[in-house]
Write a protein that binds this ligand. Structure first.
Ligand SMILES: [Cu+2]
Length: 106
């Protein structure tokens, strides 16, 4: 019985260490992310310019490619400096609601 408890405790400790290591690795490697935002409210050729301006103004955003045809914005940003929420807020403040459609993974 004693050895069983001890083995469980070891498992638990190992699991904690692994969880911590993964969390740390995630923070260290997921700094630059590229997400696609759906921006359905763009109705003319000038809209993507407005959306792009709003997105590149967000600190941490390095690239924003906005397509009027696809009604989407592909945004590359530093995860440590900004968030998807901040990107959505930025387009919203510019007059366009946006939602995350997907994320490009390396
Ligand atoms: Cu427009």
């Amino acid at each position: 019985m004693k050895t069983l408890v001890s083995a469980q405790a070891k498992k638990l400790i190992l699991a904690s260490i692994l969880a911590f290591a993964f969390a740390f690795a995630d923070a260290a490697f997921a700094a630059v992310r590229t997400v696609t935002l759906s921006v359905p409210g763009m109705y003319c050729a000038v809209c993507p310019i407005t959306v792009k301006k709003a997105l590149v103004k967000v600190p941490g955003v390095s690239k924003a490619v906005v397509s009027f045809e696809k009604k989407e914005a592909v945004v590359t940003f530093d995860d440590a400096k900004t968030s998807v929420k901040a990107l959505e807020d930025a387009t919203f403040e510019a007059g366009y609601e946006s939602t995350v459609k997907g994320e490009k993974t390396k």
